[in-house]
Write a protein that binds this ligand. Structure first.
Ligand code: NCD
Length: 363
């Protein structure tokens, strides 16, 4: 079981990454999924391989769907999503059901005992009495972490997975994004050495923050941040990139990098947190069919969705261009989340070579 906390939660947040991992892992494997920073590259690749192996098994074997449905039969996953969500909610739910787990959800605190004054911690502890894993999307950063660490000290420590944590982190989105990039560049030498461009509201976009943390584990990476003034990537992420020798640079307009970047990760303005983009800057963080024609032949165009006008809905972008991966990201999310559920529930058996994780077996 992950180690119970021996200090205050605030002190935990200041611990170095390696020490934090003791509270998030069981047998050196993810038990809780709370931050992109808890993963090492071997784990990311093993989870991605597991997702691929589930997917190809279902495709190739006539009984594939029935077989993977046996994996988590009898288990239950609680979905506590009190912030709007379509993709993350549905893909987690579809993933859980695909591998046989039942699901229940609370999507509005008005329907749970919180309206009677129950603390959130008590609500989570209640979920752990009935469910074998809890997925949480919550508007405040670190809420899911707090719940996970509280459960570590009880006799029903069930895995807690973040489905989005305030404007800070979205670790499972980061993993599906890496998985999508890896698949796209499979035949072109992989992710190492690439220049990844992130555009839009980088200050409050949790997807890009988690993706930066994961990309920092790859070799010889460079990141290009394109954002309007006031919406730049946070200094905490820039500091982390500096510590890990990842080159980064900032721009104001997509045209400055359209020919040089290997990937364009577009994001919408996160105006649920306040300020929005001025109309005059919207075009500077927008992909268009015309710009697409200038991008590299091997480029990856991505978006976590939902989109506004930064990625226009048109056949050139949605159907005709194999470089536009936003719909593939959506589908990949389901397979990655199914793989994660198998790992955190201890159903995927780690394969190690000389102590190093090289994959998972599940059959
Ligand atoms: C993102 C989110 O909720 O952070 N969506 C998602 O989970 N795919 C991105 C967003 O809302 O802009």
């Amino acid at each position: 079981m992950p180690a119970p906390l021996d200090c205050s939660f605030e002190d935990y947040l200041n611990k170095p990454r390696e020490e934090q991992r003791r509270h998030l892992e069981r047998d050196n494997l993810p038990f809780h999924v709370l931050t992109a920073d808890q993963f090492d590259r071997d784990q990311i690749e093993a989870i991605a391989d597991l997702a691929t192996s589930l997917r190809s098994f279902v495709k190739k074997h006539p009984q594939g769907r029935e077989e993977i449905h046996r994996l988590l039969i009898g288990r239950r996953v609680m979905m506590y999503f009190v912030q709007p969500s379509s993709r993350t909610f549905l893909s987690f739910e579809a993933a859980a059901q695909m591998v046989g787990a039942g699901t229940s959800d609370v999507r509005d605190t008005a329907t749970s005992s919180e309206v009677k004054g129950e603390t959130l911690e008590d609500s989570i502890r209640t979920f752990s009495s009935y469910f074998d894993a809890i997925v949480i999307r919550y508007p405040k950063a670190n809420f899911a972490d707090r719940c996970a660490l509280m459960l570590n000290s009880t006799n029903r420590a069930v895995p807690v997975l973040s489905g989005g944590s305030g404007p800070d982190e979205h670790p499972t989105q980061g993993l599906l994004d890496i998985y999508t990039l890896q698949g796209h560049w499979d035949r072109y030498g992989g992710i190492d050495g690439r220049n990844i461009c992130m555009l839009g509201d980088l200050k409050r976009g949790r997807t890009v923050r988690s993706l930066c943390r994961l990309l920092s584990l790859y070799e010889d990476m460079s990141l290009s941040f394109v954002s309007p003034e006031g919406f730049e990537m946070g200094s905490d992420i820039k500091k982390l990139l500096d510590e890990r020798n990842v080159k980064w640079s900032e721009y104001r307009h997509i045209d400055e990098v359209i020919e040089s970047a290997d990937a364009f990760y577009l994001t919408r303005v996160q105006d649920e947190w306040g300020a929005s983009f001025d109309d005059s800057v919207k075009d500077s963080v927008r992909m268009t069919p015309e710009r697409l024609s200038k991008a590299k032949a091997s480029a990856a165009i991505m978006h976590p969705l939902p989109r506004r006008d930064e990625l226009p809905a048109c056949p050139e972008i949605d159907i005709k261009d194999h470089r536009c991966l936003h719909w593939r990201q959506e589908r990949n999310g389901m397979w990655i989340r199914a793989a994660l559920l198998l790992v955190v529930m201890g159903v995927a058996i780690p394969r190690r070579e000389r102590g190093r994780l090289v994959g998972f077996d599940w059959r």
